[in-house]
Design a protein around this ligand. Structure first.
Ligand code: ADP
Length: 337
């Protein structure tokens, strides 16, 4: 599909994705990359400016959202404030003139799955953010859709609730087995939830693959630095130690960036040094330390180590890496080299 806006913005450009039945697909990328627009095109809430959407083989490009057999969960919950939790969850089915007994069965089932049984009479106003989002998810579950669409559903929750609700969504997928399409800017959500991730940038697909594929073999510099936290360090050949090429088993060339993940850097003696720097700052998080360094050529980088370094601020520390964990990207095209 494509989506151009009248002001010339190309929000989605030739995005082509195949999603398997029961797959959990995550669309991820920085703000403005076209994730929501892509999801809204799948939902039918936004028209495309070219392209086709098929669900289960059926061409739904010109089918109204309500007839696509999808259910969407939004960031802002979008609950009816004057209705009880029960009525919020039942609303769509009532509109569709479903048998009241069937409505009750489905609402009770969903409430059980989401542990909302004891809140059914409450008004959304008297629920926490996490509970409200569960009601919104419940409203989607009762419709028993072919496809669930989630648009940044955890963004309005605090950190602890985000982790908990993320786990609930993963369990829900295990249990229901529906196809799910999930939009987020958060690479941790993408990595933990997805069977398959689509990384978008400026309306285009950068890479499609399993979380581990994206982490182990990013197709380009953008994906390499988007997936993983802290992000992958990038160096030019001239920033590395003199015998770095020999230690990495590869000739280092001026036209390539060398990418080394912080968690793969190991403190070593000077003789084994692939990259060295002056210690600037240590963030000690207990279970690991983030060691902030700067090379003599002025490139800042981070090493994630089990223990904080012995060295004092301003001292030189040398690091090595297993050769197979180093990444190489063409400076001009950004492509994996
Ligand atoms: P994301 O969800 O990844 O943050 P969006 O899909 O919301 O990104 O937006 C993609 C791009 O389309 C952005 O550059 C955004 O500014 C632009 N955009 C969204 N809606 C409109 C609109 N109605 N008119 C013009 N540009 C828009």
């Amino acid at each position: 599909v494509n989506k151009g806006f009248p002001d010339g913005t190309q929000a989605v450009a030739k995005v082509s994705i195949e999603i398997k039945d029961q797959e959990f697909l995550v669309l991820v990328g920085p703000s403005g990359c076209g994730k929501s627009t892509t999801l809204r095109i799948i939902a039918g809430l936004e028209g495309s400016t070219g392209g086709v959407v098929r669900i289960g083989g059926r061409d739904v490009t010109n089918v109204a959202p309500k007839d696509r057999n999808i259910a969407m969960v939004f960031q802002n919950y979008a609950l009816y404030p004057h209705m009880s939790v029960y009525k919020n969850m039942a609303f769509g089915l009532k509109q569709a003139k479903t048998d009241p007994k069937e409505i009750d069965r489905r609402v009770q089932d969903a409430a059980k799955i989401l542990q909302l049984d004891s809140y059914l009479d409450r008004s959304p106003r008297n629920l926490s953010g996490g509970q409200r989002q569960r009601v919104a998810i419940g409203r989607a579950i009762v419709r028993d859709p072919e496809v669930f669409l989630f648009d940044e559903p955890l963004s309005n929750l605090d950190a602890a609730l985000r982790v908990q609700t993320r786990l609930e969504i993963a369990r829900l997928h295990e249990r229901l087995g529906n196809t799910m399409i999930y939009v987020t800017h958060d690479q941790v959500e993408a990595m933990t939830l997805a069977d398959k991730i689509v990384v978008l940038r400026d309306g285009r697909i950068e890479q499609v693959g399993s979380p581990i594929t994206l982490y182990d073999t990013p197709a380009n510099a953008f994906v390499a630095q988007f997936i993983g936290s802290p992000k992958m360090n990038f160096f030019s050949a001239g920033d590395l130690s003199n015998n770095a090429g020999q230690l990495l088993g590869r000739e280092l060339v001026a036209g390539q960036d060398v990418g080394l993940r912080p968690e793969h850097l190991i403190p070593v003696d000077e003789a084994q040094s692939v990259v060295a720097g002056k210690l600037e700052l240590v963030e000690n998080l207990g279970e690991y330390a983030l060691v902030h360094m700067v090379t003599t050529t002025g490139v800042e980088f981070i090493a994630k180590t089990e223990k904080p370094p012995q060295q004092a601020k301003g001292e030189i520390i040398h690091f090595a890496i297993k050769p197979e964990l180093a990444h190489y990207f063409d400076k001009e095209t950004g492509l994996r080299a």
